[in-house]
Every structure is written in structure tokens, then in C-alpha cells.
Write a protein that binds this ligand. Structure first.
Ligand code: GRF
Length: 187
């Protein structure tokens, strides 16, 4: 099968990146990760690109024309899917329009609930019965694009923020690959 080129944007630990690199090695998985972009030079996740000999670039958002530089790299590397995996920067309307191809994001809540930051503490405080993660298309409003897939778990009494984080993360490793397969499934 001809795999589509994908670029993963990260800012931190990169465990979703690592999981997607592993999945992308499977014969039937529809994408190949040929580029990783980090806006944080200290992002732990860069090591997964290095370990797997994937081209990576550090592009600080404070430099002039940073978005244009990223767009040029996406074009140069024939990227047709951008995957935001813990990328702590809002993508501009202009970027979405200029790239013109698919951009997806993973969010650690059941959207449309708990958009934005500090998700786990807000979930905990609001006495939710269930939570989970959501993969969605990126549009010009934060965490608001069309939903591709969600994974749910039920909260137990006395669960701590760290428990919710761990459980959400493990569901993310299922949700992202599933969403990507769904994107390229011929219906
Ligand atoms: C994930 O929880 C994701 O939902 C959020 O950022 C976190 C990234 O984790 N957008 P990692 O860097 O993939 O470990």
C-alpha cells in the first residue's frame, strides 16, 4: 500500500508520537511519519524521532515567519496529514488555509466538554461520571473541529488527577491510530 506522508507536531513528552511511529510500521497502517516538528527544543519527544531516524525540526514559534517556515517544510516533504500530538500552540486560520490538507488533534477530554488547558483538574472538580479523549479535525476555533473518534472510561470514586491522566493517555494510544485508519478508509 502507498502510505501518505504525515508530520507530527509536538511540544512535550511525545508518547503519542512514539505510539504512532510504532503503528505506522504496520503494513496496513495508512501513514508514514516522515517529519516531526517541535516548538520546544527541550521536548522529550524529540528522542523518538532521533531513535527512529525520522527527520525532525525545531521551530520556535517566536521566530519571524515561523508558520511560513513550517508550511515550506510540509510542502518540501510532501506532507498530506498534520497530526497535533501535544502541540502547545494554537494553529492560525491562515496556516489551516495555506496548508489546505488535513490537520487532526487529540484532546484529553470528551469534547465538546473541557476544551483548552488543565483538563484533568477540571474533570475532577466537576464530578463527571465519565471522561476520555477525542480526536478531531482542526479548525480555526480551539478544540472545536468535527469529531473523528472518542474513547470513554467511567470515573471511580476517589480517583486522583494522576489516575485520570494515566487512563486517558492509554486510551489516546488507541484513539489516534483508530482515527487515522478511519480517515483513509474507503467507504
Ligand atoms: C495528550 O494528553 C494530548 O491529549 C494532549 O497533550 C498530551 C500529549 O501527550 N493534547 P504526549 O506528549 O503525546 O505524551
Amino acid at each position: 500500500m502507498v502510505k501518505k506522508n504525515a508530520c507530527v507536531f509536538i511540544s512535550g513528552t511525545g508518547t503519542n508520537l512514539n505510539n504512532l511511529i510504532k503503528k505506522s510500521r504496520e503494513y496496513n497502517f495508512p501513514i508514514k511519519i516522515n517529519l516531526v516538528i517541535s516548538n520546544n527544543a527541550n521536548a522529550h519527544g524529540i528522542k523518538y524521532a532521533k531513535l527512529n531516524s525520522i527527520k525532525y525540526l525545531l521551530i520556535n514559534n517566536n521566530i519571524r515567519n515561523s508558520e511560513q517556515k513550517i508550511l515550506n517544510e510540509l510542502k518540501k516533504n510532501k506532507v498530506s496529514l498534520v497530526i497535533l500530538a501535544g502541540y502547545m500552540k494554537i494553529i492560525s486560520k491562515n496556516f489551516i488555509k495555506s496548508f489546505g490538507k488535513t490537520i487532526i488533534n487529540i484532546h484529553p477530554s470528551l469534547l465538546p466538554k473541557f476544551k483548552g488547558l488543565n483538563t484533568f483538574s477540571r474533570v475532577l472538580k466537576s464530578n463527571e461520571v465519565k471522561t476520555g479523549c477525542t480526536v478531531h479535525f482542526v479548525n480555526d476555533k480551539l478544540d472545536s473541529g468535527k469529531i473523528i473518534t472518542k474513547k470513554i472510561f467511567f470515573l471511580k470514586k476517589y480517583e486522583k488527577e494522576s489516575d485520570i491522566k494515566r487512563k486517558t493517555h492509554s486510551l489516546e494510544y488507541l484513539a489516534f491510530p483508530e482515527a487515522i485508519i478511519k480517515l483513509y478508509r474507503k467507504s
